[in-house]
Design a protein around this ligand. Structure first.
Ligand SMILES: [Zn+2]
Length: 258
């Protein structure tokens, strides 16, 4: 699933269609595509993993889900969910969910929760985290109301960097550690963005899909499913400290290479 930084890259790639009028709208998405024709793109925005196209009278919310993809000025062999044609090219989305959003995007979204946004507010996130002391660290980093845009890669990398065990309880983290965790999600997300642009993201992974802890030289725990979010996790039992005593256990099973 594309995480927040990848959607920021999409936003940058389509910037040339800003101010352009939609001349053609088609695809298998079950919404009134005729409504889109004639509208002008006011802006491309993103909120976490959601890609937003702000038009004159309505906005489009596109979520690439697990296996969604897009093509700019070219098409795949399959029928797109949504295809938008402009005088200067076209935009095609596949395997995604497409919805209308009525009204102002500023009112529809909590921009302070978006880790890539200028409006990101770590204090607001800390307040939300403190209100949920029984939340597991691995679930907190996938909760889009706390860290919009954070996904499984960001989760594994940030927990490793901050030396926090994924089954730690948020309420048991010392205040400074909780601040460090919150800060690191944003810091790592911008490094992710830079490395993704350079094509070196995977080379920079310290924990995600790795077999050995680079700090301790011992094997990582490679859990197939962890926490309520049940996503795969890679972590070190020696250098990632487990805060608190959650009764969660890791489902340890061989995980496939990414
Ligand atoms: Zn280690």
């Amino acid at each position: 699933m594309p995480e927040g930084p990848s959607i920021v890259i999409l936003r940058e790639e389509v910037a040339g269609f800003t101010g352009q009028r939609i001349e053609r709208a088609e695809g298998t998405a079950g919404l009134d595509k005729a409504r889109l024709v004639g509208q002008t793109v006011r802006s491309f925005r993103s909120w976490g993993k959601q890609f937003l196209i702000e038009l004159d009278e309505v906005s489009l919310r596109i979520h690439l889900l697990l296996f969604g993809s897009y093509r700019i000025n070219e098409r795949k062999d399959t029928v797109p969910r949504l295809s938008l044609g402009f005088a200067n090219g076209g935009l095609n989305f596949y395997g995604c969910s497409v919805q209308f959003i009525e009204g102002s995007l500023d009112e529809a979204y909590d921009w302070s929760a978006d880790v890539m946004s200028d409006a990101w507010d770590s204090r607001a996130t800390l307040k939300k985290l403190r209100a949920r002391p029984r939340l597991l660290a691995c679930d907190a980093l996938l909760d889009q109301t706390l860290f919009s845009g954070s996904g499984n890669i960001i989760k594994n990398e940030v927990l490793f960097r901050t030396r926090i065990h994924p089954l730690s309880l948020i309420g048991e983290l010392p205040a400074a550690k909780l601040r460090e965790l919150t800060r690191e999600v944003r810091t790592y997300s911008f490094e992710f963005l830079q490395w993704k642009r350079e094509g070196t993201l995977k080379a920079h992974w310290l924990a995600h899909t790795r077999t050995t802890c680079p700090r301790c030289g011992i094997p990582f725990v490679r859990a197939k499913s962890l926490g309520r979010s049940k996503r795969r996790s890679f972590y070190c039992e020696r250098c990632q400290k487990r805060y608190g005593d959650s009764d969660e256990i890791a489902v340890e099973a061989p995980v496939a290479e990414a």
